[in-house]
Design a protein around this ligand. Sequence first.
Ligand SMILES: Cc1cc2nc3c(=O)[nH]c(=O)nc-3n(C[C@H](O)[C@H](O)[C@H](O)COP(=O)(O)OP(=O)(O)OC[C@H]3O[C@@H](n4cnc5c(N)ncnc54)[C@H](O)[C@@H]3O)c2cc1C
Length: 192
Amino acid sequence: MEMENIVKRTTAGTFKLYKDFLSLDGGLKKGLEADEPLEVKKQRFNIRQLVMLQKITASWDCTDVIRKGMSIFGGHGVMEDFSALPRLYRDSAINELWEGPRNVLLTQMHRDFQRVSKWYTPSEAIKGILKEGDAAVVARFQAKAEELVAHPGLVAPDEKTLDVCLRWDKFCHDLTHAYQDLAMAEVEKALP
Ligand SMILES: Cc1cc2nc3c(=O)[nH]c(=O)nc-3n(C[C@H](O)[C@H](O)[C@H](O)COP(=O)(O)OP(=O)(O)OC[C@H]3O[C@@H](n4cnc5c(N)ncnc54)[C@H](O)[C@@H]3O)c2cc1C
């Protein structure tokens, strides 16, 4: 049940994001400071972050789901001459790494949130990403985003920064799941 839910929400989130990406005039332009209307810049920012959020979360969840899938088959689950799961498990670990390893994308997103904060505060951005979200849930993400983005950066090797890094990692993972759950709810609402 849990595995099925992860697969469904990941798929729903991917299609929702792709639909929004296709609606962007000119796709994802380089840089965050393009000279265009504020609302367009904000939407471009949301999609830029969601591409990274989906990437780190979907690839991470994929490895977890395949590992659980292998465990269902016991010894056979880890034998390549019995099932494709060990190969998919190995491929899945590659997905976590290429096209942007997790830490690199987490750092990039933190920097992006800081760069736009003069014209798009973390709270506004969270509202923009979780548009149809429950107000109490959105408020919790907004409070965390304001606090974590206020930390100067994620590269200094001090204890406070290491703590912020761990919390930013979890925050981004949870934010993606909240977005995916909203996408899932949209699909379920549309079903006959
Ligand atoms: C099977 C395979 C096929 C590939 N095919 C291609 C291809 O066709 N074309 C292509 O261009 N590349 C390709 N790559 C390369 C791939 O994009 C890189 O391996 C990937 O981007 C990671 O870079 P890296 O290996 O240099 O690791 P590194 O960048 O050295 O990363 C190692 C670790 O350090 C962490 N790290 C790195 N920088 C930071 C930072 N600033 N802050 C915090 N942590 C950090 C990372 O998260 C990671 O955990 C392929 C890789 C594989 C495995």
